[in-house]
Design a protein around this ligand. Structure first.
Ligand code: AHM
Ligand code: MG
Length: 336
């Protein structure tokens, strides 16, 4: 009988692909895997345990924060802090980054940026949510406290990125620059098994994912692109199909498997859109490019943008390369 490869086995087998010291990324991803399992457990219990509802706080963007966001944030921080690979973490749920300065972190060479529970407004309606993470090598000297510059690096400097999706199955999908690999969680055994090796996105697709309720606020390029998607033209498979879950990880994951485009553009009320460059767009852009797709802000490659703030927002166009290129062509033609 042939047994499937576990995430741990896969990481050890592929350690040589990691550009820096062997074992470091393996150890770091195993911390993320452990925290992911704990978050998974909590999400599965969410409908049973009386832990739903706003925690009574707002996050740094002034949005309602659900209890599970706080819990997921705490679980990831404490798990990563217990081990010595990273010297600091930045999270959607915290205004400032945290620097780890205990003895075990003195040689740490990495920082993590993350959205511990993205799409959390979907939890109380039993719809998929996810965790997004991005890993960088620090630019400051090991042995000193982490500084903001360690976190404000462009996406092209990421050494690894990935997400956990808590859907009908729980999966962990990651890249360290050698393709995208997906692992499905077997809750009976407590392990992630390689289920989607070398994931690639179709070059073209038929699915567009956007919150069309905001149509009146969209730039003209997006309005015209959407109308183009909806036109009848059998030679280009149009009209396309609209699918929007409102959970970036779930929309991204579906488009990755089936081909499609996800757009969160700027609007008149949100001049830079909603999504955050450092812990939502950059990691997803790294995964998308590694899968053969594209990610841009409508004009420029996401991973080449120079960040200036920890919680910076940016318009996001991400998916099958031909679809992103088409949307960019509309943005260029109808600039406003
Ligand atoms: P969050 O980080 O507060 O959960 O917001 C991010 C989420 C994404 O997962 C999703 O794609 C988007 O917000 C949906 O926003 P909207 O409801 O404006 O369409
Ligand atoms: Mg988020």
């Amino acid at each position: 009988m042939q047994r499937h490869t576990t995430l741990g086995e896969f990481l050890i087998k592929n350690q040589k692909d990691f550009p820096y010291a062997k074992g470091e990324l393996t150890a770091l991803l195993s911390s993320i895997r452990l925290a992911g399992k704990m978050v998974n457990q909590e999400i599965n219990k969410a409908g049973l345990a009386n832990i739903l509802g706003a925690a009574g706080n707002e996050n740094v963007q002034g949005e309602d924060q659900m209890k599970l966001d706080v819990l997921a944030n705490d679980l990831f921080i404490s798990t990563l802090q217990n081990r010595g690979e990273i010297c600091g973490i930045g999270s959607e749920e915290m205004e400032d980054f945290v620097s780890f300065e205990e003895e075990i972190h003195k040689d740490a060479k990495y920082v993590v940026l993350m959205d511990p529970l993205d799409g959390s407004s979907n939890i109380d309606v039993n719809v998929s949510v996810g965790t997004i993470f991005s890993i960088y090598r620090r630019v400051s000297e090991p042995g000193t406290p982490a500084v903001l510059e360690d976190f404000l690096q462009p996406g092209n400097k990421q050494v690894a990125a990935g997400y956990l999706i808590f859907g009908t199955s729980t999966m962990l999908v990651y890249t360290s620059g050698n393709g995208v690999h997906g692992f499905t969680y077997d809750p009976g055994i407590g392990s992630f098994f390689l289920s989607h090796p070398k994931m690639t996105i179709p070059e073209d697709g038929k699915i567009y994912s956007i919150n069309e309720g905001n149509y009146v606020h969209f730039p003209d390029g997006v309005k015209k692109y959407l109308k183009w998607c909806q036109e009848l033209d059998p030679t280009t498979n149009r009209p396309f199909t609209s699918r929007y879950i409102g959970s970036l990880v779930a929309d991204f994951h579906r488009n990755l498997l089936k081909g499609g485009i996800y757009i969160y553009p700027r609007g008149t009320t949100a001049p830079n859109g909603k999504l955050r460059l450092l812990y939502e767009c950059n990691p997803m852009a790294f995964l998308m490019e590694q899968a053969g797709g594209k990610a841009s802000d409508g004009y420029r490659r996401i991973m080449d943008l120079e960040p200036t703030e920890l919680h910076q927002r940016v318009p996001f166009f991400c998916g099958s390369s031909k679809m992103v290129e088409k949307a960019e062509a509309f943005m260029e033609e109808y600039k406003n």
